[in-house]
Design a protein around this ligand. Structure first.
Ligand SMILES: Cc1cc2nc3c(=O)[nH]c(=O)nc-3n(C[C@H](O)[C@H](O)[C@H](O)COP(=O)(O)OP(=O)(O)OC[C@H]3O[C@@H](n4cnc5c(N)ncnc54)[C@H](O)[C@@H]3O)c2cc1C
Length: 285
């Protein structure tokens, strides 16, 4: 299908984009990579009258190390996250996740900010953002604010982001001992079940675990039961197998669609929780 007609305007800075967005009086939408918005427009599920292109705003993309934390600009495309030598060194789970998104075309156009704002229930980044305890930074008419990933994903395609706000960057403390594992749809590569796990291990004992799950329910969520079951346990495959056995048991709204039944997804949550945790354990220094 063909989208409804729209006007197009390219923003030159974050403030320019905010001003242009405000001037549309609610009829405008930001476009970054367009790989979620354009399909929606073609299906006429979204009919913005004005598109404000933020893809070429200087400084909105890039991966930097800042005060011991990593900052990734919202406009950074998936390919750059996947190929980042810095991320592969200090936080390989995120590069590993980005490398598994879609196909080369999607990875060369789609952006981190667009993926988080859109919050598809099968998107990959949300699981890793939860496992890394990332902060999402945004600017709106009322100024800057930052939201923890655990408070950001609120429901189906629903996030803690106002219509007049723009995500500028994502920050997190890098975790080497983290991994992402997913069962993907064969055609699109979206997650049927995707699990990101980050472990903190000291003297062969798991001090803490953070586990993010995507694809299984209406929005990405933490597997807090498994996290708690791992705390204080020996850093071993046996501890992981025992804790992962209950992964997702508390989830009531498991997705069911043409790709997988709820029962199958429930079984795969356990399998991919085990795989992500064992991947993270293998990276413990
Ligand atoms: C064939 C195909 C396969 C795909 N496979 C996968 C996959 O395997 N895994 C996966 O995770 N994703 C997948 N995707 C989705 C892809 O990653 C998208 O690129 C991503 O979800 C959206 O990023 P974007 O930059 O394209 O956003 P856009 O489509 O430009 O925008 C999406 C939404 O976010 C808003 N937005 C964009 N940037 C910002 C910002 N900085 N601040 C606030 N709001 C913003 C827009 O207004 C819009 O509402 C796939 C897409 C396609 C078409």
């Amino acid at each position: 299908m063909i989208s409804m007609p729209f006007e197009y305007s390219r923003a030159t800075s974050l403030d320019d984009a905010l001003a242009k967005l405000a001037a549309t009086g609610g009829d405008g939408k930001l476009i970054a990579g367009g790989h979620s918005l354009v399909p929606l427009m073609k299906l006429r599920l979204s009919e913005p009258k004005i598109l404000i292109d933020i893809a070429r705003i200087p400084g909105l993309s890039g991966i930097r190390e800042k005060d011991g934390r990593i900052e990734i600009g919202a406009g950074t495309v998936h390919h750059d996250v996947a190929a980042s030598a810095l991320l592969r060194r200090v936080c390989p789970a995120l590069a590993e996740c980005a490398a598994q998104i879609g196909d080369p075309q999607v990875r060369n156009r789609g952006t981190l900010g667009g993926s988080l704002a859109h919050a598809d229930p099968s998107a990959d980044y949300p699981a890793v953002a939860l496992a890394l305890d990332a902060e999402i930074h945004m600017k709106g008419a009322k100024g800057w604010r930052a939201v923890k990933a655990s408070d950001f994903f609120q429901g189906l395609f629903t996030v803690n982001l106002a219509a007049d706000e723009i995500i500028s960057a994502v920050t997190f403390a890098p975790v080497k001992s983290a991994a992402y594992a997913k069962l993907h749809q064969r055609a699109s590569h979206f997650a049927i079940v995707g699990v990101a796990a980050a472990l903190e291990v000291k003297n062969h004992v798991i001090q803490s675990a953070r586990i993010g799950l995507t694809g299984a329910s209406s929005h990405a969520t933490r597997l807090t039961g498994v996290e708690q079951a791992l705390e204080g346990k020996p850093a071993s495959a046996q501890s992981i197998d025992a804790a992962a056995r209950h992964a997702g048991a508390h989830l009531e709204d498991i997705n069911a669609d043409i790709h997988a039944s709820a029962e199958y997804r429930r079984a795969m949550i356990q399998v991919f929780t085990q795989r992500a945790l064992k991947g993270a354990l293998a990276r413990v220094g």
